[in-house]
Design a protein around this ligand. Sequence first.
Ligand SMILES: CSC[C@H]1O[C@H](OP(=O)(O)O)[C@H](O)[C@@H]1O
Length: 359
Amino acid sequence: MNQPTTPNPTTSSSPAAVQWIGESDGYLQLIDQTLLPGELRLIKCHNVETVWEAIKTLRVRGAPAIGIAAAYGVVLSQHGKTAAHSTSLAEAATSAAKYLATSRPTAVNLFWALDRMDHVINASRAGGSELGQALLAEARAIHEEDRAMCHAIGRHGAELIPDGATLMTHCNAGGLATAEYGTALSVMFTCQDQGKSIQVYADETRPLWQGARLTAWELQQRNIPTTIICDSMSAHVMQTRKIDAVIVGADRITSRGDAANKIGTYGLAVSAKFHGVPFYVAAPSSTFDMTLSDGAEIPIEQRDHQEVIAPYGQKLAPSGIDVYNPAFDVTPAELITALITERGVVQPVTAEAIAKHFA
Ligand SMILES: CSC[C@H]1O[C@H](OP(=O)(O)O)[C@H](O)[C@@H]1O
């Protein structure tokens, strides 16, 4: 199933993190991000279970990319079934959507995408078009909409960044986390496209090192000067060096502007506030959960203890010790200078400003 390809990941042009191959009888191709940057391996998903496992283990990760992959996962539920049993086709698709919804709890994009697939399923029950083709069309629409939103976020965000800026970021909100270009990194790539020179401090982002492994890789591919720092160094860097802005992604943003993002983001926002550094959160509208106001209501994924005390099998701690491994934390709107979406910039970050932004 998996034919490893091992081009040098720092020189080859990276394929898309998520890509559908073929038509409704096709398959989902993913970059296995757990192997980057050392190996660029493509995995082929021919069933829903493989997609669920890829999301759970972060082979595919990043709020928008998770939603896109899950949408294609629902398409795979139709494989091997005939239209003769249309009820079972719809039931298979509904069951797949419910199963994929159990993969990870925090990124609202997953549930937003699956809700869109549910609407297609329900329309087919009312005698809509051939379900498999309709599901693939909706998944492709979700995919292409995200591509466009990422580029729009880049354009709006780049207006906030001066030529010669030094930026800091956390985790990976790049092309690997989205359809293309990313959210936080789209701002950086767009600055470069516009001829602005920037340099970036990238938090390594423990415990899974999305910053050191993925953000550094994406920025290096674009020849953007990048310095990896330990998460514990970010406050010191802001204290001793000129940081013009912090830009991060998000996994779920509430109606008042509280933002869930990779663990460590909240501390970065507190440091930025103390040091007077603008703190920007870049995210598409699919990352907003308008059903929630208080960020404390956002479900935070708790992950395996081994990720912290035995990364890649390297035992770092005594056996039997307690471990706490929340994958995300919540930054209150008061610490966010502005939100950057495909529609523009929200500043200040208030419930009223967000409501007006999306009206
Ligand atoms: C553009 S969304 C990226 C967002 O998702 C990451 O989480 P994970 O790597 O666990 O999927 C992280 O919170 C990024 O900011």
